[in-house]
Design a protein around this ligand. Structure first.
Ligand code: HEC
Ligand code: HEC
Ligand code: HEC
Ligand code: HEC
Length: 315
């Protein structure tokens, strides 16, 4: 937002139309019928491309190469090298440890080295981090979510956000995400996530007064008219959130080697060939074959030169 320079307001990018603020992650499910951050853009200002165009790099070393990357790589992938560069961001929230007390039924509150609350009786354990690398995925702008009525597989961490898109979808780009992990209360019999009641008067089931998950979930599920088996458990969950803010100064953009190397940032993205990262047996063979051909040709050429020069000297 460049506080010391142009000092953008939120609405420089988030234009609104009849109180409908642009920026598509507000509703669940995320809208499925458009892809604002893509080159085929709507006239509203929300995407980077709306102001910068899809070919923003000019008059600089590698500008053509960089512009060639914008078709398949989101601007933010290169321009947000690290998340939470100034203020820590929440990355872990374990509700299962909530409800511990000091003597005299007093709340426990602990802080971590970053000065953030790392345990609170009402919330459980909280994990904070600074300067974290985003996660990367092919993404076409559509996210669907696991809903409170969906059956979940509780044998492994439940991915709450389902990202759509892949390498073969021309509308997908490699996009950065913030990963949020946690442990939350669920119904291990019906195998669904649940809505706990957190606040309210004592005796109402409100967790932050009664500190009883069973009562809290019973009250919450009743309020939203959903089934509850009466049993509670805790399941690990993961939530990926697309990154569109926290753009760094241009000179901090990712370098070629951050991606084009064996252990680069895109090492987990598979299914496509990336120079410098992957070895394709076929490409390697073509490479060595052409080297060999060159050598043979060069050799023949050399022999030819020797013969002809000899011929010349003799004449
Ligand atoms: C330089 C342009 C820009 C500015 C300035 C900006 N945003 Fe955004 N914001 C974006 C883009 C791009 C997206 C992604 C929207 C999309 O892909 O449809 C986004 C997404 C969001 C989202 C949804 C994100 C999510 O993860 O759910 C929220 C909320 C948001 N912005 C709030 C704000 C607020 C509040 C401010 C001011 C403090 C602000 N933005 C300033 C460009 C901007
Ligand atoms: C409302 C229009 C607008 C939007 C939307 C917008 N930008 Fe910008 N951006 C600007 C302007 C204006 C500048 C300053 C240009 C200059 O100084 O020449 C700028 C500068 C930049 C710079 C250079 C910063 C520096 O260090 O000089 C980068 C990188 C950048 N934008 C990336 C992005 C990315 C990535 C997005 C999408 C999240 C985005 N911009 C969205 C208008 C916008
Ligand atoms: C493959 C990585 C990559 C992608 C993708 C990328 N950029 Fe860049 N961008 C860079 C690098 C590297 C620089 C130069 C940084 C420096 O100054 O050394 C740069 C510079 C810029 C600048 C400063 C002006 C300039 O020409 O130096 C702006 C503005 C900018 N990028 C905007 C964008 C926008 C908008 C997108 C998406 C349409 C985008 N970039 C996509 C890597 C990328
Ligand atoms: C964010 C990671 C990233 C960065 C940074 C990046 N690249 Fe790439 N590059 C890719 C990916 C991914 C592909 C493959 C794209 C595809 O398959 O369409 C690619 C493809 C290429 C290709 C093959 C292009 C083609 O047209 O087939 C070249 C050459 C290349 N990059 C050079 C560079 C150079 C030079 C830089 C630095 C100026 C750079 N890249 C920075 C991710 C990156």
């Amino acid at each position: 937002m460049d506080a010391k320079g142009l000092n953008f307001s939120c609405t420089r990018c988030h234009t609104e139309n009849g109180h409908q603020v642009e920026g598509r992650y507000y509703s669940t499910p995320a809208t499925t019928n458009h892809s604002l951050a893509m080159p085929v853009d709507s006239p509203s200002r929300i995407a980077c491309e709306s102001c910068h165009s899809a070919h923003p790099h000019k008059d600089r070393k590698n500008s053509t190469i960089l512009n060639n990357h914008t078709a398949r790589i989101a601007c933010e992938t290169c321009h947000v090298p690290l998340l939470a560069r100034k203020k820590p961001t929440l990355v872990w929230w374990d509700w299962s440890t909530a409800g511990k007390f000091k003597e005299g039924h007093k709340y426990i509150v602990k802080k971590d080295a970053l000065g953030k609350v790392s345990y609170h009786t009402k919330k459980g354990d909280l994990g904070w981090a600074k300067n974290i690398q985003p996660e990367y995925a092919w993404f076409n702008g559509v996210i669907t979510h696991v809903l409170a009525t969906d059956k979940i597989d509780d044998s492994k961490p439940v991915r709450l956000t389902i990202l759509h898109g892949d390498k073969n979808d021309p509308h997908s780009k490699i996009t950065p995400f913030k990963m949020m992990r946690g442990k939350q209360v669920y119904d291990p019999v019906n195998k669904t996530l649940v809505v706990p009641k957190l606040f309210g008067p004592k005796g109402s089931g409100a967790y932050w007064k009664d500190f009883d998950w069973q009562k809290s979930v019973a009250a919450g599920q009743q309020a939203v008219h959903r089934k509850f088996s009466g049993k509670v458990g805790f399941v690990e969950t993961e939530y990926l959130r697309p990154v569109a803010h926290m753009i760094s100064p241009a000179e901090d953009a990712l370098s070629c080697e951050s991606c084009h190397s064996r252990n680069g940032r895109l090492k987990k993205l598979t299914g496509f060939y990336m120079p410098g990262r992957d070895h394709s047996k076929r490409l390697d063979r073509i490479g060595w074959l052409s080297c060999l051909t060159l050598l043979v040709l060069a050799g023949l050429h050399g022999v030819g030169r020797i013969i002809t020069s000899k011929g010349r000297r003799n004449s």
